[in-house]
Design a protein around this ligand. Structure first.
Ligand code: FAD
Ligand code: NAG
Ligand code: NAG
Length: 341
């Protein structure tokens, strides 16, 4: 086999970053991204894109930290290059505040972000309801800018991007040798993976150009995340709720919670509502699988279930998915190994 034909299902931040990593890591392959929705209509376009990890209970902390570090270092280099604006990546400083002292003094990601420290008394004066807090600088990676930039990189490297809904993975056989499943919530129907469920998130994108610092409460439910051209105010976390329409009651409540933390937001204008469904799972599924049917084989790499923190770990987890693809591409090329697959 000369060229290994690889299909990546899904064009959110996970599918696109995986496709790009594969094109860099796997020699002599062709890459086709197949997705029913594309930017600006994916969950990844709704996300604030802040690099602050959410712990996955079923994925080891060691692995999560490695993914976060790789993602942070990769994006930090882009943020420090002439590409930063086109890629939609910038540094942002701010505060994570606590009503009661945090359960863990220092989170696992504290030495990956920049300048992590306890907030001073002077800083805490801004938040009379809160007793303590952490200050740090992290990165913001904006989906509606970053996804088109990834698509462009993939196309420059010869990849194809197609619009199509996949009902059954066998549709991709025999046109492709390896299928990478980055379908997010779509894997619930596609694969019958009942571990994955939606966690609905509603946010407001507002104009408040004077707000430059992020603020996040202890459980990440209420947040103010300033971006390049708007501020994201959040949020909600509604488990098992599939409703993609904005709820006016949610919006009122979000605005009042955010104004309680940042009173100047009372002057925010051009308020737009957005909703996304987080593809949540107890742990990210990153795994090879051989599907067999009527004597045929299909080589799949599953890569989905990034829940509330997909942006924070996407590059590290895409590198790992690309290594799994690379192992298979290598085996498919070697007749001796192929016989055993
Ligand atoms: C309100 C909100 C705020 C968030 N804020 C942050 C944040 O600040 N930081 C952070 O790290 N994370 C954040 N997240 C989480 C982040 O958005 C997700 O973890 C991430 O977007 C998941 O990416 P994904 O590519 O797996 O999924 P998606 O973006 O949903 O992409 C899935 C893709 O698969 C395609 N697909 C699905 N099924 C099929 C099928 N059958 N056939 C063809 N294509 C299919 C879809 O069309 C889509 O293109 C937030 C999420 C929400 C909702
Ligand atoms: C995605 O993964 C699920 C879970 O195993 C599987 O049932 C489904 O067929 C996969 N879909 C694609 C397109 O790879
Ligand atoms: C918010 O800002 C991002 C980029 O900074 C932009 O792509 C997006 O369209 C904006 N959204 C709204 C609703 O203004």
């Amino acid at each position: 086999m000369d060229v290994v034909r690889i299909a990546v299902v899904g064009a959110g931040v996970i599918g696109l970053s995986t496709a790009l990593c594969i094109s860099k890591l796997v020699p002599r392959c062709s890459i086709t991204v197949i997705s029913d929705k594309h930017t600006p209509d994916t969950t990844s376009d709704v996300a604030a894109g802040m690099l602050i990890p959410h712990a996955y209970p079923d994925t080891s902390i060691h692995k999560q930290k490695q993914w976060f570090r790789e993602t942070f270092e990769h994006l930090f280099a882009i943020a420090n290059s002439a590409e930063a604006g086109d890629a939609g990546i910038h540094l942002v400083s701010g505060w994570q505040i606590f009503r009661s002292p945090p359960t863990e003094e220092v989170p696992f990601w504290a030495d990956v972000v920049l300048g992590f420290r306890k907030m001073t008394e002077a800083e805490l004066k801004k938040f009379p309801q809160h007793k303590s807090g952490q200050a740090f600088t992290t990165l913001k990676c904006e989906g509606p800018t970053y996804l088109p930039w990834l698509e462009k990189r993939i196309k420059e490297r010869g990849g194809l991007i197609l619009s199509r809904q996949i009902e059954d993975l066998w549709e991709l056989h025999p046109s492709f040798d390896i299928v990478v499943n980055c379908s997010g919530l779509g894997s619930r129907q596609l694969a019958g993976d009942l571990k994955i469920f939606p966690v609905r998130g509603q946010v407001l994108k507002v104009q408040a150009p004077w707000v430059k610092h992020f603020i996040r409460d202890e459980n990440g439910l209420t947040y103010v995340y300033p971006g390049a051209s708007n501020v994201t105010l959040g949020g909600t976390r509604q488990k098992g709720d599939w409703n993609l329409s904005p709820d006016p009651e949610n919006s009122r409540e979000i605005l009042s919670r955010c104004c309680a933390l940042e009173p100047s937001l009372q002057g925010a204008y051009d308020i737009r509502e957005k909703v996304g469904l987080r593809p949540s799972r107890p742990g990210v599924r990153l795994q090879k699988e051989v599907l067999a049917q009527d004597g045929q084989r299909l080589h799949v790499v599953h890569h989905y279930g990034h829940g509330s923190g997909g942006f924070s770990v996407h590059w590290g987890s895409a590198l790992e998915a690309a290594r799994l693809v690379s192992e298979w591409a290598h085996a498919l090329r070697s007749p001796a190994l192929k016989a055993k697959l």
